[in-house]
Design a protein around this ligand. Sequence first.
Ligand code: BES
Ligand code: ZN
Length: 635
Amino acid sequence: MTTRILTLLMTIGVVACSPGGSTDRDPALARDHYSFANVEQFVTEHIVLDLTVDFEQQVLNGSAMLFMKRKDPDAREIVLDTRDLTIENVHFLVSDGKAWDSLPTEHTVGETDALLGTPLTIRIPDSLADTEQVTPVVEYRTSPESTALGWLPPELTAGGKHPMLYSQSQAIHARSWIPLQDTPAVRFTYLARVRTPPGLIALMSAENDPDVERDGDYYFEMPQPIPSYLMAIAAGNLHFAAIGEDTGVYAEPELLEASVSEFADTQAMFETAEAMFGPYQWGRYDLLILPPSFPYGGMENPRLSFLTPSLLAGDRSLVSVVAHELAHSWSGNLVTNQTWRDGWLNEGWTSYLEYRLMQVIYDEDRAAEENLLNYEELLLNFERIDPKYQALAPRITDLDPESGQGTIAYHKGNLFLQYLEHAYGREIFDQFITDYFSDFAFQVITTEDFVDYLDKRLLSVHHGILTREQVERWMYEPGLPADAVIPTSRNLDDAAQLAAMWSRGEVEAAELPVADWSAQATIHFINALDPDLSTEKLVEIDKALGLSDTQNAEIARTWFMQVATRRHEPAYEQMAEHLRKFGRVRLIRPIYVALAENGRDMQLARDLFDAARGTYHPIANASIGPVLEDDPDGE
Ligand code: BES
Ligand code: ZN
């Protein structure tokens, strides 16, 4: 521990925060079933990390110091979440006001649960029996199997010369690189020191200095309290370029120029978001472009959204993901779901704000196209997902927080908020939006807290428009209520009509107005093709639209899903190439599923997965592996 970090420690103001909003109806629903932490007894207020990035061993090692507040005076044990961590030592940091000292203690590592990991129980020494603040320090190392960490050899990066590391903590992976209370119900600030090999830089979900000296020793501060799933780290040959005054992008130098141009609208998005949702509370907003193995489209790590490079389509057609991650700076990062069961408060709200941003930054047509595609995805989800998981806030506690609900929280949540906007009118609803974010800023809430607030601030103020029962139908019932507002798009209707006409031979492929189509129209066209097309017809449309060779990863995904479902073998080599090229779950999992389900290609799917899995992130492997087993559960 250096003097510098201790000085930082002394100066930082620790923000007091505790598990927020309460549900008096059913306490079991307000509890976090995905954490071992005893948050009723202790809450973390601040964390100090000191970590070294060891690319050779593929581990992080160092220490985590947790500044905790005791809420229950009788409590004598702290339980933290861990997964695949080697705990080397645990002691307490004590201070007599002048100097720091360490106090040894006992700890026990409990039994490992496949979903939750391993509880770490820390005994509080008798001499600390009466203090309100306790500061356990855990010295530890991660394992190469850490479910959060992607360790990339140079050949899997754009530059091919330097290794890279990045984390993905949501939903319950922070515990695989930091021992902590891994629940969204607890917010804390943090400081970190991170050492990397010289020449590489480290970045975190914190204040990053674009001009930092690249000496391999970096300091970070996150002064706003965040939940554990927003802890994030990356290290590699990353460089910065500004987009606008508040916004910029970090990427490998090979991708920097393309990234600045693809995401040039980020500053406008930032300003529009502030005007529509209220002040941005996090300082700067930067993007980090990761290698293709990043398992998501984007992750809203505060101040620094992590993005897949598959958004680099060259025409800004996929930037709704940036609008989405930026919008999380309000819905999710500022007002946070109390448990993963309330995930729609993060994702549904964010999908709605993304839709609102796209209307302003681009236009109504583009937003309507994306809205309709999302709605169609939702209908497909309803066909595959057990009705009991189709509620926005299922009254159950056994859901895997990363898969059980598919995209229901996103698109059904979005439609619910569009329904409110439609019922109350934009002016009233926009006021509600800014009030909501300012009233619950830096808090965590449950679905029931939200419904109470909605009732008080909207339903009961503007009588006779919507009832609480109508709202609760969205929260607790499967499917969509009969009075939902169904998305429409003229452009996509036209594309679908042309798909039907071309399928029947009524128009030639050469006559299709492809040049006028958005990526979204092309996607809709592909989905609307007749299910019984001949191989010749499929070859013809592939050629006319350049589908197998497209640079647009969403078009590729849509096309290769059709290729796999229809067993269109002429495009199998390009499909295999797509599965090797990307590790983003959304781009590859549905293709594996389609192969596994087409009746003939299970073995091919397994072979392709075996060949590629070494390049995927552990989260992608955990999500795809089960669909290729003999008795897949959850599929
Ligand atoms: N926060 C999510 C990613 C996530 C959700 C990770 C749940 C782990 C568990 C992120 O904001 C997200 O939704 N990403 C989407 C993009 C979006 C535009 C729908 C994605 O990755 O596709
Ligand atoms: Zn999201």
